[in-house]
Design a protein around this ligand. Sequence first.
Ligand code: TXA
Ligand code: MG
Length: 290
Amino acid sequence: MIYVFPTETVYGIGASVWDKEAIKRIFKIKGRPADNPLIVHISRIEHLEEIAWEVPEVAWKLIERYWPGPLTLVLKKHPALPYEVTGGRDTVAVRMPAHPVALLLIEKEGPIAAPSANLSGRPSITTYEHAVEELGDKVDVILKGKTTQGIESTVISLVGRPRLLRPGPITYEELKELLPELVVAKSKEAEAPGMKYPHYQPTHKLYLLTRPDGDFPEVKGAIWRKDIPLPRKLEKVFYYQNERELAQNLYYWIRELDKIGDMVVLGVPEKGLGFSIMNRLKKAAHAILQ
Ligand code: TXA
Ligand code: MG
């Protein structure tokens, strides 16, 4: 059985880690390359013993502080865990989501392997309506619930030297305090195997503007900072007051603007949550304008 379900970050599309056929169907539905592994979602610590192998001391420190929550840990995989879940790797990404609907589903089904619910390459999904638009004719069950973070979990590898593979709601700066040896993985390492593929892209063009006084081509819509005047009148504008609000609404706004045409997004400084947001926007962008 395949479920589309909300988490505190974005919607996921998942199945029991033991149901290899359903897992294969998820790759097919999404159009996801088979070498891009899925995240295993658990609802209780005992599940970890079935999924991971030789969990290091440092993982427990992070788990205690951040689970349930938007932190994914890459660990050695349990020998019994199907390779379909890990894209053929000997490591597995695992997290405990902080969302009552997700936790209830996992309590019923056991550990759930789930990528983000968007079709491969497209922006993630953060509302029930967009989940229905994207997957309504492809899956049987879409569970409803509110996402609060709005961007995907932070991913850290703890196999070898601790590395940040994907920045997210829990910031690099914050993690560095607990884990001083943490480094940002070079993107050319393509360690989070998903990072080498196109990501988060709307159908229309998204221009990422790094300076509010910079010029941008003709567009229909914008995502813009509330206290900065927009230089032109546009058909539809979503305003954010701070980075948290931008993260929470980013994918919803991009998908809504994509319904009318090209868009411009005013970026944010690349620190804290801003670093995670810009990581997504740079990949979503058709062009980055200074
Ligand atoms: O917030 C989230 O993480 C959401 C919700 C649904 O939990 N899920 C999500 O899944 O964003 P997905 O598949 O879109 O992103 C998972 C990322 C990919 O970049 C993938 O390559 C990486 O995690 N990943 C998964 N398993 C890995 C592994 N064994 N080693 C390295 N990276 C891994
Ligand atoms: Mg994704």
